[in-house]
Every structure is written in C-alpha cells, then in structure tokens.
Design a protein around this ligand. Structure first.
Ligand SMILES: Cc1cc2nc3c(=O)[nH]c(=O)nc-3n(C[C@H](O)[C@H](O)[C@H](O)COP(=O)(O)OP(=O)(O)OC[C@H]3O[C@@H](n4cnc5c(N)ncnc54)[C@H](O)[C@@H]3O)c2cc1C
Length: 397
C-alpha cells in the first residue's frame, strides 16, 4: 500500500507536536511517529517554565539568549488563552509567576542588578504579604522579585495536541534504514505501507541520530534532578546566590494529596556525577541552608537523570536559540527550550514554504487511516514513576 504526505515528523515532544499543529493548519499533510509516548523525552521531564529571559541574564548583562526568548511568554499566553492556533486552552497553569528567592549570603551586586534598569520590564518587586503564605514559609525577606513567567502542567499541555491532532500520530520507532531518497523526496517503509514524503523532520531530541544528519552536531548536557514530596509549600522559585545560575529552581506539582518539589538549576547541573544517594544528601544540605524549618532528611526524596539534547556548542555552552539544519529535505532540529517551541515551528514552516513544490497544499486528511499502528499515549511525569525514600528512613521520635 502507498500513501503520500508532505512531512513525516519524528518525535512527539514539544518540537514535533507544535510543528505538526502549525504545518497541518497551513495545509501540509503530516504524520508524526513517536517511539514511546508523547513527551517521553525531555518535554515531560521539563519544569514547564515559559522563560522570559531574565534568569539567563543573572550574570549582569542581557545576552542574545535573553533577546530571543523575551517574546516567548506573550506568544504562549495567546495560545494558552485560545486566541491563536494551536489552542492550548486545556492546559493547567500551575503559576502565573516565578520568584527570585535570595539566599542569606547573597552579594549586594546581584540584588542591585535585580533592581536595576536592565532588569526593568522583566521583574516587579512584590511585598511578601501580597503573596500566598507559602512564600513566607520559604523566606524571611520582606519582598521578592517576581518574574512574569507562567509555569505549565506539561501532561495537560500535551493533551491539547493529542485531542486535536491525535489522528495524525502513530506509535512507531523511526529508523533511517527504512528511508530511501527519491527524485522528489523520500519513501519511508512503515510496516506494509510505503509512505512518500517530501520532507522529514527529526525532532527526536537525544534520538536525532539519522545518518543524514551529522550526529557530531549534537551535544548532551546531563542533569540530575531532585524531587521531594510531602505537605510542602506550593512555590515557584529560583533560589539565587552570587553565581550566574540559580542554585535551585523549584517548581511545585500536585501528586495525590501532596506536593512535589521538582528541583533543577545548579543543583541538577553540578550533580550529574553523583550517585542518587549523594545527590539527595547534597539537595538536603542546600535546602536546609535555605529553609532550616523543614526536616528535609525525613521527607521522601527521589532523583531523576535526563540529558538535555541541543545543537553542539563550544565547551558544552548553552545554545542561545533554536537550531534547524536542512539537508536535502531532512530537517533536523532542537528547540533548545520548551519555551522556544513556537519559534522552532515557525522556522520549520519557513523551510517547508520555501522548498515547497508548486502543488497547493491540501487540507489535512486522516493520514492515520489504514495504518495499522497503535495510538500514542501521554508519558508519565518523573514524579509519577519515581521510587521515593527519605534520607533518614528511621527519623527520631
Ligand atoms: C530536566 C529538564 C527541565 C527543563 N525545563 C525547562 C523549562 O522549564 N522551560 C523550558 O523552556 N525548557 C526546559 N527544558 C528544555 C525542554 O524540555 C526541551 O528543550 C524540549 O522539551 C525539547 O523538546 P523536543 O521535542 O525537541 O525533544 P523531546 O521532548 O526529547 O522529544 C523527543 C521525542 O522523540 C522521540 N523519539 C526519539 N527517537 C525516536 C525515534 N527513532 N522514532 C520515534 N520517536 C523518537 C522520544 O521518545 C521523544 O518523545 C528542560 C529540559 C530538561 C531535561
């Protein structure tokens, strides 16, 4: 059996999903293949923060990264409000703000930076009494700097794409052994179906390995995330000291009747060589320094390892922007951040439009029809599949 489409998308993370939505809306015939579940790579492991850039300017200057990402929160908000397609109005918004929480030894330079003109427009100073009591449980400071960055519940974000575009997705492990170049694109052998496609988009994160794409252009940055659960305050906070990165970036997520603190930042980046037990111990030490009132040693904890997949940079630096590479119709890309997904999809669409054949794109059909492959589900979050244990499993009475 044969079928003809315009774009075969490999990977059901945020990059593949957003591109599927935009390309389908623009009239391209698309099919997305995902080997595990939607979001199964970095997307569902992300903290769901729609960054606006200031976090990346903590060193004291606005960089290229800050400029590029600055527009993202307002674009996302229009999608989340259902004003732009893809509508993301089924998404649970966990918080409409994130806060900088200075540690006690913080240098005055950073505090004055946060109050400076440079940071103006990114932050507002908020009296702690105007925030929920939860914030008074984590700091003695009379006021906090607020970032206007929304934090999303990622599984509910993915649900929007599945509901609207699920008929264009199948569970399948892409392999370029099954991809053959033709005069006007590629044929991909999908079980007993020969799929003719003009373009292939590799949005497979760590799986961007096709021989067409030179895999030396990929870098992996390992993270060792920490999770703590219990009756914790529901806060969204960057704990900052004097460095250019937050010590700990905390997002709060509901799990049964408890709250999970999912912790990234410097703790996760510097902890990649530690064992899980060592990483938990380090987290407990750092948390105790910031919030001594909570008995961290007695809280159930878990750790989670994941690689960030990005375009290769010198010295493993963090890339500034999305990355797209087109080689004869095989497009390989890294959004670099969840927040960059709209920009990533727009850039892929520019390529499709430039390289499009003279044929007018047709309205989306149910491409999955007649393909005997399973539906894709939504991946569980790291805290749903975690193995929990407190550091101190025999707490004193
Ligand atoms: C711990 C962590 C926290 C983060 N927090 C944030 C944040 O708060 N804000 C932010 O903006 N960014 C954040 N990021 C970055 C963000 O998550 C990523 O940039 C983004 O999710 C990457 O999306 P993606 O679609 O390119 O890749 P992925 O989400 O990794 O998706 C790739 C998909 O491709 C599939 N796949 C792989 N190989 C194949 C194959 N051969 N065939 C079929 N399917 C395949 C995988 O199963 C996976 O589902 C975070 C990242 C990490 C790791």
């Amino acid at each position: 059996m044969k079928k003809t489409i315009d774009l075969l998308i490999v990977g059901g993370g945020i990059a593949g999903l957003w591109t599927l939505a935009k390309a389908t809306d623009a009239g391209f015939r698309c099919l997305l293949v995902e080997k595990d579940a939607l979001g199964a790579g970095q997307t569902v492991a992300s903290q769901g923060i729609i960054h606006g850039g200031l976090k990346f300017a903590l060193g004291g200057k606005i960089t290229k990264a800050t400029e590029q990402i600055r527009q993202m929160p307002s674009i996302w908000q229009q999608h989340l409000n259902g004003e732009l397609s893809p509508s993301l109005n089924q998404t649970t918004i966990l918080s409409k703000a994130h806060y900088f929480v200075p540690s006690s030894g913080i240098d005055s330079q950073l505090v004055s930076f946060l109050g400076s003109k440079l940071a103006a427009g990114f932050t507002t100073k908020v009296d702690i009494h105007n925030l929920s009591n939860d914030y008074q449980r984590i700091t003695q400071k009379p006021s906090l700097y607020q970032l206007h960055e929304w934090v999303l519940d990622v599984p509910s974000l993915l649900t929007n794409f599945k509901q609207r575009y699920g008929h264009l997705m199948v569970k399948h492990h892409f392999s370029d052994d099954h991809l053959i170049a033709t005069d006007n694109g590629y044929v991909y052998q999908l079980d007993d179906l020969a799929l003719n496609t003009r373009f292939v988009l590799q949005a497979a994160g760590t799986g961007n390995d096709s021989s067409v794409f030179n895999s030396t252009k990929k870098q992996l940055r390992p993270l060792h995330m920490v999770m703590v659960k219990g009756q914790l305050p529901k806060v969204f906070a960057h704990f900052i000291a004097s460095g250019s990165k937050p010590l700990m970036t905390v997002t709060s997520h509901p799990l049964d009747d408890e709250t999970v603190w999912y912790i990234g930042g410097e703790l996760a980046e510097s902890g990649n060589k530690l064992s899980s037990l060592e990483q938990k111990q380090k987290a407990a030490d750092w948390l105790t320094k910031s919030i001594p009132e909570i008995h961290w040693q007695q809280m159930p904890m878990a750790t989670f390892r994941i690689d960030r997949a990005e375009a290769k940079q010198l010295n493993l630096f963090r890339p500034d922007d999305v990355f797209i590479h087109n080689q004869q119709g095989v497009i390989t890309g890294f959004p670099t951040k969840l927040a960059f997904a709209p920009r990533f999809a727009d850039k892929v669409l520019e390529l499709l439009k430039i390289e499009k054949t003279d044929k007018k794109p047709q309205t989306s059909e149910n491409v999955r029809n007649n393909i005997q492959l399973p539906e894709v589900t939504i991946a569980p979050t790291p805290w749903e599949s975690a193995k929990w244990s407190p550091l101190d499993s025999n707490p004193p009475n």
